[in-house]
Design a protein around this ligand. Structure first.
Ligand SMILES: [Zn+2]
Length: 72
């Protein structure tokens, strides 16, 4: 199962993005800006975990490495 992380920094639109650490991503935040979300079968599970851990934050999947979980 791939490992996912959440960017500690929010995007310009206020979203915080989930990235797939196992596949890698051109837009991966620096290690010190990564919140570990653990291993998940899919990005939708990782996004759900991020929302559970950080209620009130706007969580989105990265367009590039979690495209099926990206909402515009
Ligand atoms: Zn990404």
């Amino acid at each position: 199962m791939p490992q996912f992380i959440l960017n500690r920094n929010q995007q310009s639109n206020g979203d915080r993005e989930v990235h797939n650490l196992s596949t890698g991503c051109s837009y991966m935040p620096e290690p010190q800006n990564q919140e570990d979300l653990g291993f998940h079968i899919s990005c939708s599970s990782a996004v759900s975990e991020a929302k559970r851990q950080y209620p009130g934050r706007r969580i989105n999947g990265c367009y590039y490495c979690c495209n099926s979980c990206h909402t515009s």
